[in-house]
Structure formats: structure tokens, C-alpha cells
Design a protein around this ligand. Structure first.
Ligand code: SF4
Length: 430
């Protein structure tokens, strides 16, 4: 047996979409086979198609169909010893490299070969997709796909994306013993850290639960002392008054709440623009927590996206107007959370938490609200969205960009073209 560029899922695709024009075949041992019903596709364990009906010579058969690239895969996949395959009435293979017998009665399993029977256009498109070396394998053919169909596909992709993110929210939700305020607090912290500092930022929020924060929420300098102290950033010996004051405040609360800071080395500054330094983001996070007592309730009750954007627009404390890091003065500029950054918080924290809230409570108002939020926020601009734009696939909101980022990572990158609606359209191109 040699390797084949054909994979089993291609055979499943051809069979379930009835792409093989002829329903008349001949078995390896010369019997005539007519397919009356191709059966029901089974994505779980067991044979690939259930309840098929076929006629072999003059006898009608009803049962299951199993498909393989090579007939010898039957033995390789250990179907001989598996009762789930005892009702297989037809073995459909790309290449019949070995005759296979039923173990129970020593008869040959009726086997038909698809090699040479697959219409050329399907085979060529399939091979082109699977053997592509480009990051979006269909890039040479996607222009022929109706944009309305791509737009429709985006709905499923965005829903899948939100569903996937809501699983991350669910893990946090369960760890907070089902507290929505604590959940959004931790999710928000994670995305205040953006990609590079997400992990230490999440640990920072977890090390300062709302039970501690709520007692100190009205004093910004105490919140700053708690966050910077727990971030491990108050261990140096700077002579800066602000720094000394925070350090003193932190020592008091550290003792009172028995706090253990995370390691300062967890934070990354390199390759970041100064406005994205974790010091600036921590100061802004403290300002957000100081300003909004019930963040989850506030976003849940917000009438529109502008209201949510206003909630998330915060300015770091005055010390940070002249600093990006402790003890190093810089040009004066207020450190306000910008629109692009707020969009990231909405896309990754607010929308997934609202979506998960809707799911948990079976309340479509909030799953819809999450989707509407994405529709009203600007699309992310990155390498992936630029690549889609170069193929004339529109990306006009975060709803689009989330769909296309999901498509790129979870379909294109994994060559799941046969599970992709664009792939289906491409297979039909003559
Ligand atoms: S998964 Fe879909 S969009 Fe991606 S390359 Fe394949 S057909 Fe194209």
C-alpha cells in the first residue's frame, strides 16, 4: 500500500453530496451494484453511513456503508474484531488494494472502487486545495464564489467563534462560583494585558478578588498600590514620592490581606509601544475599577455600543501623565484608553461574557446583544484581515473580522475545506 493524496473525508463528502454521477457500480468480484439510498452520514464512531439501501445483482440489501481510502484500511482500523461493523453491506474504497472478507462467514465484503469514477473537476479542486502551500489554500478560486454566500457563512463562523470564547468565559465563571461581576473583572484584566501580558494580568486580577477591591474601590491611590504591589512592581528602591507612597500603602494591605505578589519578571515591556506598557495598562485598569462599581451590570444594561465605549474610556492617574514607567519622566500626555484598545476589550471580554450570560440563562436578548456589539465595532486590522481583504472578502466590522479570523485558524489552516461553505462552492466550480 502506498500513500494517497486522497483522504477519507473527501470520499465521505462525495458520497453524502452524491457527487459521483453514476449510481451503478461493479464490485471487485464482478457483481453489479445499484445504490438506491446512499444512507445517513454518521459523524460518531461506527460505520460512515447508516441505513443505506443497495441492490447487488438481484438482491436488495439494507444496512451500513463503510468507506476507506484503501480496502486494506479495514484490517488496519481493526474492523474485523468490531461488532459495530458486522452490518456493513458495502465497502466503498478509493483503491481496492486487497480483498477483504467478513470474519464471521469468510465471504468477501462487497467492495466498490471509486478510483477513476470521481469527476475530474472535483478531484482537481480537491487536490488543489489540499496540496496548496498558501495560508488560504483557495486563494486562486475564491473570487468566483458569490459574496452573498460568503456573508451568510460568516454568521455561522462568528457564532462558532463566540461559542468557543464563551467556553473560556465558562471556565472563569465556574472558578468564581458563578459570579458575573468577578467573571467580567477577570476577563477584562486578561485583555488589558493584550496578547503579551494577558497571562500575568489575569493572575493579577485573580490575586486581588473583588472582595478586597470593593473595600478600597473609592480610593484610587489604594487601588494603584494594590495592583502595582501585587504585580511585583513595588520592590525597587526608587526615590520618587509617588512610588514611595504606593509602596507604603501596599505594605499595609499586603500584611492585612496576607497578599503574595506575582513575579515582576512575568511582565513584558520589550517590543511594546510605551502606551501599551503594562505599567500604563495597570494604572488604567485601576482607574476603571475605581470608576465603575458594577461593570457587568453596567455593560448588561447599556443601551448601545457608545455607552459601553464610554464606560471603558478611562484615564490613568495623574502620575502617569508624565510617565510610562516608574521613576522615568516622559513628555506630558494623558494616558487615556484609545478606541482601538476599547474595541479589543469589547470584542474579547464584553461580547463573550454577554454571550455566555445569554447562553447560561437561555436568554437570546444577550446572545443577540453580543452579536450586535460585534457588528457595531470596527474590524480588527491585522495580517489575517488584510489577507482576506486582498482576496476581496469584505471585513467591515468586528463581526466580519471575528468570522474571518476564526475561518483562517480553524478551517483554512487545518485544511478543513470540505467542512467550509466556501470550499463547497469551490468544489462546484466547473
Ligand atoms: S477552509 Fe474554506 S476559505 Fe479556507 S481555504 Fe478552504 S475553502 Fe478556502
Amino acid at each position: 500500500m502506498t500513500n494517497s493524496p486522497i483522504k477519507e473525508d473527501f470520499l465521505h463528502f462525495l458520497w453524502r453530496t452524491k457527487k459521483i454521477a453514476d449510481s451503478h457500480f461493479e464490485t471487485a468480484d464482478g457483481r453489479s451494484v445499484d445504490i438506491q439510498d446512499y444512507g445517513v452520514y454518521n459523524v460518531d464512531s461506527g460505520p460512515d453511513f447508516f441505513n443505506a439501501r443497495i441492490r447487488i445483482d438481484n438482491t436488495d440489501w439494507a444496512g451500513n456503508i463503510e468507506m476507506h481510502v484503501f480496502s486494506s484500511d479495514w484490517t488496519k482500523h481493526k474492523h474485523d474484531d468490531d461488532n459495530a461493523y458486522s452490518n456493513v453491506i458495502l465497502h466503498v474504497v478509493y483503491e481496492n488494494d486487497r480483498d477483504i472478507k467478513y470474519l464471521r462467514n469468510e465471504f468477501f465484503i462487497p467492495t466498490i472502487e471509486l478510483k477513476g469514477k470521481i469527476p475530474k473537476s472535483y478531484l482537481n479542486h480537491y487536490l488543489m486545495l489540499m496540496q496548496s502551500k498558501t495560508s488560504i489554500p483557495c486563494q486562486g478560486l475564491i473570487k468566483s464564489v458569490d459574496r452573498a454566500k460568503i456573508n451568510l457563512w460568516k454568521y455561522s463562523l462568528t457564532a462558532e467563534r463566540l461559542y468557543q470564547k464563551s467556553e473560556l468565559v465558562d471556565a472563569v465563571f465556574k472558578a468564581t462560583t458563578s459570579d458575573w461581576e468577578e467573571t467580567i473583572y477577570i476577563m477584562m484584566a486578561r485583555y488589558f494585558g493584550a496578547k503579551v501580558n494577558a497571562e500575568p494580568f489575569e493572575r493579577l486580577a485573580k490575586s486581588l478578588p473583588l472582595s478586597i477591591i470593593n473595600k478600597n474601590r473609592d480610593k484610587l491611590h489604594v487601588l494603584e498600590a494594590l495592583y502595582f504591589g501585587q504585580a511585583g512592581m513595588l520592590e525597587a528602591n526608587y526615590s520618587d514620592d509617588y512610588y514611595i507612597r504606593l509602596k507604603k500603602e501596599y505594605r499595609y494591605h499586603q500584611k492585612k490581606h496576607n497578599l503574595k505578589p506575582i513575579e515582576a519578571v512575568s511582565w513584558k515591556f520589550s517590543k511594546l509601544r510605551p502606551v501599551n506598557f503594562p505599567t500604563v495598562r495597570i494604572a488604567q485598569f485601576a482607574a476603571l475599577v475605581h470608576r465603575i462599581t458594577h461593570l457587568f451590570t453596567s455593560v448588561k444594561e447599556a443601551e448601545n455600543t457608545t455607552e459601553i465605549m464610554d464606560l471603558l474610556k478611562v484615564t490613568a492617574g495623574t502620575y502617569w501623565t508624565n510617565h510610562f514607567r516608574f521613576d522615568v519622566e516622559s513628555k506630558s500626555a494623558k494616558k487615556v484608553t484609545g478606541t482601538d484598545f476599547i474595541n479589543i476589550l469589547i470584542i474579547n471580554a464584553v461580547a463573550p461574557v454577554l454571550y455566555h450570560y445569554g447562553k447560561v440563562n437561555n436568554d437570546e436578548e444577550y446572545t443577540d446583544k453580543a452579536i450586535q456589539l460585534l457588528e457595531s465595532v470596527a474590524a480588527e486590522k491585522n495580517k489575517i484581515t488584510r489577507e482576506w481583504s486582498s482576496l476581496d472578502v469584505s471585513c467591515s466590522s468586528a463581526f466580519d473580522s471575528q468570522a474571518l479570523i476564526h475561518l483562517y485558524h480553524h478551517y483554512c489552516h487545518e485544511f478543513r475545506c470540505l467542512q467550509c461553505k466556501i470550499g463547497h462552492e469551490i468544489m462546484n466550480v466547473k
